[in-house]
Design a protein around this ligand. Structure first.
Ligand SMILES: [Zn+2]
Length: 71
């Protein structure tokens, strides 16, 4: 379940809530009971991004000649 960070604009406290993504935009209440909170940028781990490494382009290099094996 993703975690969302909130900050209370009444007392300035920051707190975290674990909630389903379907309720990500629901209003959150400060632990002190203040309803005036804002959702901070999510710190949910980014997975899958940049998963593909640099693939070597086919063609020259890595072949037989050039390493001295043909020579
Ligand atoms: Zn508060």
């Amino acid at each position: 379940m993703p975690r969302y960070d909130f900050r209370c604009r009444s007392c300035g406290a920051t707190f975290e809530l674990n909630r389903p993504m379907a309720r990500a935009n629901d209003p959150a209440t400060c632990p002190d009971g203040h309803p005036d909170t804002v959702k901070l940028l999510s710190t949910v781990a980014v997975t899958g991004a940049a998963a593909s490494g640099p693939a070597p382009s086919g063609g020259g290099g890595g072949g037989c000649c050039g390493g001295g094996c043909c020579g």
